[in-house]
Design a binder for this molecule. Structure first.
Ligand code: GRF
Length: 192
């Protein structure tokens, strides 16, 4: 990916579907001096996403996109993102699968955070799967998005120990805390 040069920050869109704790964390990071990115757009596939509240709080434009399979719709959406000069898309708890055309259009510019040590436990219910498999460790991964689910090149990972009494809920909490460290670190790595 193109290196971050000079003082102009990279215009970034964050795609969410839920709570938005990663979004909030990325917004806070983006406001630091060392951040190469500036978050200018929040996209959600549902108006129910709690994270949309950060649009008002931090004065960042939001858009709710009713994703359909229509090529016309997708083309319009891509045009919209290009008009906004979006150069990086961060998926953060975004639960919809992007089409391979969309991914090709933003080739190498879409990254995702996933709550497992990929390539283990792609998809959903990662914490349940890790516990049911008696894993000793879990963690999180930031990776490039490719057309195969949770399979793009890994940028960075963080590992945590699963305790004997771990439940999927306590594990989710522990991993989420690590996600908040990992996502900014991975972005720094990409642009360093
Ligand atoms: C995170 O665990 C993320 O890795 C997963 O969904 C969760 C979203 O959390 N894909 P939040 O909406 O960022 O709080």
């Amino acid at each position: 990916m193109k290196k971050f040069i000079g003082t102009k920050k990279i215009k970034t869109a964050v795609f969410i579907s839920g709570k938005g704790s990663n979004l909030r964390n990325l917004i806070k990071f983006s406001k630091t001096k060392i951040s190469p990115i500036s978050i200018v757009l929040i996209i959600s596939n549902t108006k129910k996403a709690k994270g949309l509240k950060y649009s008002n709080k931090y004065n960042i434009k939001k858009k709710i996109i009713n994703f359909t399979n229509s090529k016309f719709f997708e083309k319009n959406f891509i045009n919209f993102l290009n008009k906004k000069k979006i150069k990086l898309i961060c998926l953060a708890g975004y639960m919809k699968i992007l089409s391979s055309d969309f991914i090709k259009n933003f080739n190498g510019k879409i990254i995702n955070i996933h709550p497992s040590l990929l390539p283990k436990y792609k998809g959903i219910n990662t914490h349940k799967k890790a516990i049911n498999n008696n894993e000793k460790f879990s963690g999180c991964t930031v990776h490039y998005v490719s057309s195969k689910l949770d399979s793009g090149r890994i940028i960075m990972q963080k590992k945590i120990k699963i305790s004997k009494k771990e439940t999927h809920k306590s594990l989710a909490k522990k991993v989420l805390k690590k996600e908040h460290e990992l996502y900014p670190a991975a972005i720094m790595k990409i642009f360093s």
